[in-house]
Design a protein around this ligand. Structure first.
Ligand code: NDP
Ligand code: MG
Length: 382
């Protein structure tokens, strides 16, 4: 029986993780759950999965939830201290990090220090603090199991092969809803259009990131840290059908890939049961129906998200934090009709241009860089 804590249980990855727990309730047990403010869904989850503790980041919502579930045995915590307490709980074996954004940094570090394996969906955390998280995980001998579909595919393609024999990583991308459009056609794009992803159903922030290719940029940085490869060994390949989830090319020219339907349940389940592969009833790829597999080059001059991410990781230090923080704030402004689609790139670029890189930033310096970036964006754009 694996005992798990889910950070972000009310989101897209969180609810799909719970679907797997429902299916495998003799092998997986939920010890704790957390969310930001969605207490209605959290109440349902408490009544179904009987966690011993839950955390609502929002204190007022935690108070409301305490009243709603007063008839249960579940304890309600709140805020960052609550998230960290869940991660340090002796009862927990594995933490599924499915919160969105760099809010996940401190809980993830706490979980690793407490010796918990991590099923990692929360890529923003690795983008900002990969240089802290990966060495710490190695030192503690814990596993960081990727949930992001591309990184799970790379991880699966690495099984049984020596890492030193990697020639390059082929990181696939759908290209998002605006693939093929040019800059002048993106000027009036609304967030409603950007939320219509052709293949994947995901949370709002990552769906916008997919439309700007910032998501792919964050994934290049995520891959660098997870697999210890330099960014120039990571090639982004458009695969608009989202069937090849990524691949590894080895020094003998052989390419090993993982294919499947665009469904996050497989990578989540693989992380939960690694190294086992458990049965899953969902749809299969029908190769005859598919007919052919299409590839293309990403248009980095139009979709600047990828270019800016390569720049940020090239500079290194605290620059990826600024890329990520600026993007988090820009996406939120875009979703609130405060800026236009292409302003997202301008906000990231201007934030990076003014930042003075700090080498090997500590968690405090990462959070300071985030705060400084937010202050700058507020002064110029809000
Ligand atoms: P969602 O927006 O669907 O869900 C986010 C979850 O995090 C919700 O449960 C939300 O709670 C919770 N949350 C947000 N802020 C806090 C906070 N401060 N404290 C505690 N909980 C918080 O996001 P996704 O599931 O789409 O994405 C989660 C992560 O996984 C992201 O990093 C994303 O990049 C990554 N990922 C997602 C994929 C997908 O298919 N969705 C694919 C690959 C990676 P509430 O509901 O109360 O707001
Ligand atoms: Mg992905």
């Amino acid at each position: 029986m694996k005992k798990i804590c889910i950070l972000g249980s009310t989101g897209s990855i969180g609810t799909q993780t719970l679907e797997i727990v429902r299916e495998y309730n003799r092998d997986l047990k939920v010890i704790s759950l957390s969310a930001a403010s969605n207490i209605d869904l959290m109440e349902e989850q408490v009544r179904e999965f009987h966690p011993s503790k839950v955390c609502m980041y929002d204190e007022a919502k935690a108070d409301e939830l305490r009243i709603k579930i007063a008839d249960t045995d579940t304890e309600v915590l709140s805020g960052m201290n609550g998230l960290i307490e869940l991660c340090e709980d002796d009862d927990v074996d594995m933490v599924v990090t499915a919160v969105v954004g760099m809010i996940g940094i401190r809980p993830t570090i706490a979980a690793i220090k407490a010796g918990k394996d991590i099923a990692l969906a929360n890529k923003e955390t690795l983008v900002c603090a990969g240089h802290i998280i990966m060495p710490l995980a190695a030192q503690k001998g814990i596993k960081i199991l990727p949930v992001d579909s591309e990184h799970s595919a790379i991880f699966q393609s690495l099984q049984g092969f020596p890492k030193e024999r990697i020639e390059k990583i082929l990181l696939t991308a759908s290209g998002g809803p605006f693939r093929g459009l040019k800059r002048n056609e993106l000027v009036n794009i609304t967030w409603r259009e950007a939320l219509k992803h052709p293949n994947w159903s995901m949370g709002k922030k990552i769906t916008i990131d997919s439309s700007t290719l910032v998501n792919k940029g964050l994934e290049v940085i995520e891959a660098k840290w997870l697999f210890g490869v330099e960014p120039d060994m990571i090639q982004v390949v458009l695969q608009p059908q989202s069937i090849i989830h990524s691949a590894v090319q080895y020094v003998d020219g052989g390419i090993i890939a993982q294919l499947g339907t665009p469904d996050m349940k497989l990578p989540i389940q693989y992380a939960l049961f690694y190294p086992d592969r458990r049965p899953m009833k969902d749809e299969r790829v029908d190769l005859f129906k598919l007919g052919q597999i299409i590839f293309d080059r990403p248009d980095m001059d139009t979709f600047l998200g990828l270019k800016l991410a390569y720049e940020a990781i090239g500079i290194g230090g605290s620059m990826p934090t600024v890329l990520n923080a600026a993007n988090e704030r820009a996406v939120s402004l875009f979703l609130n009709d405060r800026i236009r689609f292409l302003d997202i790139y301008d906000i990231i670029k201007q934030s990076m241009d003014r930042h003075k890189k700090i080498d090997d930033p500590t968690v405090e310096q990462i959070l300071e860089a985030e705060a400084d970036c937010y202050e700058f964006i507020s002064s110029v754009w809000e």
